[in-house]
Ligand binder design. Sequence first.
Ligand code: 5GP
Length: 209
Amino acid sequence: MEKTKKEGILLVISSPSGTGKTTICKKLLEYDKNVHLSVSVTTRKKRKNEVEGTDYFFRTKKQFLNLKSENSFIENAFVFENYYGTLKSEVLRRLEDGIDVLIDIDWQGTRQISKAMRGNLIKIFLLPPSINELKKRLSERNSDSIKEINFRMSRAIKEIKHYDEYDYVIVNNNLDNTFQKIVKILEAERLKLSKQLYLSDFVKKLSST
Ligand code: 5GP
């Protein structure tokens, strides 16, 4: 059946932590007001600079598992010893309303979402320029303990191995360049025939003159 309403694009960005993903996502949200961030639920402790409801919905394990049993998540995963999940309420209505939704999730969640939502999904993976650079960025963040940083390094190496499950892969040598590439990907996706539902009326008008 022909679609009559434009649906939003679901833009998934994954990367090992320390690859600049959070900065790039923030930049994209400021630059493009038709993109909205899906705020995830997590059981991890809030970091100093984080805000409830903006960075995450911080919940206890019990609250998280309740949400899960109520079927509130599109996807959820256990990442770095904590639970994380994407709420249906953050994503589905917006997509129906034609709003593009950005989600920053790991490869496990991306796999689940790929199964649940085909069609409107774009999956981007960011790679660090080198392991040394990744280590440097993780150490500079100061928001995690040495133990946590080492743990994240070992997880990063595992996460990187899933790059080939994504549609686009960008080596983040430079934040601005990477950001520009993501903007271009989004622009190209919006130009797809399936995303320009008004075109048939437009072309009818063009050909009736
Ligand atoms: P952080 O604790 O550093 O904010 O995030 C740790 C990892 O969890 C990152 O790789 C991030 O992409 C991932 N993550 C954040 N929210 C979600 C979510 O809702 N679902 C899944 N599967 N992963 C998430």
